[in-house]
Design a protein around this ligand. Structure first.
Ligand SMILES: [Zn+2]
Ligand SMILES: [Zn+2]
Length: 326
């Protein structure tokens, strides 16, 4: 058993019908998206959003001065334990990523189980943030009860004695059969701890790189009811997981080049060390995949962070707006 490590990874899984919509956070003011088969830099044809590869590539050079390369991993960090090669924007285009094209216009958030009032607020704020981040309409679906999870997909952790549910069951048994046809992504959100199977202690979240389903837990993000600082910390951590997992759902692998939201995390300290924002290469992937207008998107993310007391994050987004506006 691997103590204390956050095992957080992305694996292949799949997806149904959908419950009634309780609320939605609509976002979208982007450049008009075009969609067709086009020629990637390596000469292969790729179907997806296009017309802006050159413009997106130009953002990489503008943002690069704001970013630091990832240093040598510390003992126990994700890259100390896992061999990963990373991926540039150019390589992403060549990898035929899953992108929110065609009728796949909505990100669905699926609450699973009970939440406290403050946790529920964080779920709603995360949905709003995701909408801006991914340039998509977000709909929060009616809660599903934990009673739909069978006994063989639950456990009490043998050492920590905490209740956990099997993340792979959530992906394959709950989300996969319910995947709405217009879902760009379908993401379960729970307050119960997750574990992904034999040999693992827990995961913060897990998502499929190809099948548009993912799950994450707020369980390890602190108690948001304690005070304002705890609420902000829980919000920051939850936004990081929400955007990281959704990035995986748009076929983005872990980042190995910069301090970046798409870096893998093996434990809490490492996850807290990684920023909420993306590096220039991963940013380019999101902008391209979602056809978002880069400056407007960062302005809106800055405003969100200002409204919710995330000062460092607001400062970064403002700097990025200035750099992109040059
Ligand atoms: Zn990950
Ligand atoms: Zn990155």
């Amino acid at each position: 058993m691997t103590p204390y490590w956050l095992k957080h990874f992305a694996l292949a899984v799949v997806c149904l019908a959908f419950p009634a919509i309780v609320s939605s956070a609509e976002v979208s003011k982007s450049a008009p998206a075009t969609e067709k088969t086009f020629r990637a830099p390596d000469g292969r044809s790729v179907h997806g959003r296009t017309g802006n590869v050159g413009r997106v590539t130009a953002t990489i050079g503008k943002l690069r001065p704001l970013h630091q390369k990832l240093g040598k991993p510390k003992r126990g960090d994700w890259l100390d334990q896992h061999e990963e090669v990373g991926q540039t924007f150019r390589q992403y285009l060549q990898a035929r990523p899953v992108t929110p094209i065609g009728q796949r216009t909505v990100i669905y958030v699926q609450p699973l189980g009970e939440f406290t009032k403050q946790q529920r607020q964080i779920v709603e704020l995360s949905a709003e943030y995701l909408g801006i981040y991914m340039n998509r309409k977000v709909k929060i679906l009616r809660d599903l009860p934990l009673s739909i999870i069978p006994q063989n997909a639950r456990r009490i952790h043998p050492e920590w004695k905490v209740r956990q549910i099997l993340s792979t069951y959530v992906l394959n048994g709950i989300l996969k059969p319910r995947l709405p046809s217009d879902a760009a992504a379908y993401i379960a959100f729970t307050a119960i701890d997750l574990w992904p199977g034999r040999g693992w202690n827990f995961v913060f979240g897990q998502a499929s790189l190809r099948n548009r389903v993912g799950v994450w837990s707020i369980n390890r993000n602190g108690d948001p009811s304690k005070d304002d600082a705890s609420f902000r910390l829980c919000l920051r951590r939850t936004l990081k997981t929400a955007t990281h997992e959704t990035g995986h759902m748009f076929s983005m692998p872990h980042c190995t080049a910069y301090e970046c939201n798409m870096c893998g995390s093996n434990h809490r300290e490492e996850s807290d060390r990684h920023p909420l924002h993306l590096c220039p290469e991963c940013h380019a992937k999101v902008i391209w995949a979602t056809a978002a207008a880069p400056v407007a998107r960062y302005q809106r993310l800055a405003t969100f962070c200002q409204q919710h007391g995330l000062k460092d994050e607001q400062a970064y987004f403002k700097k990025a707006v200035a750099a992109l506006s040059k």
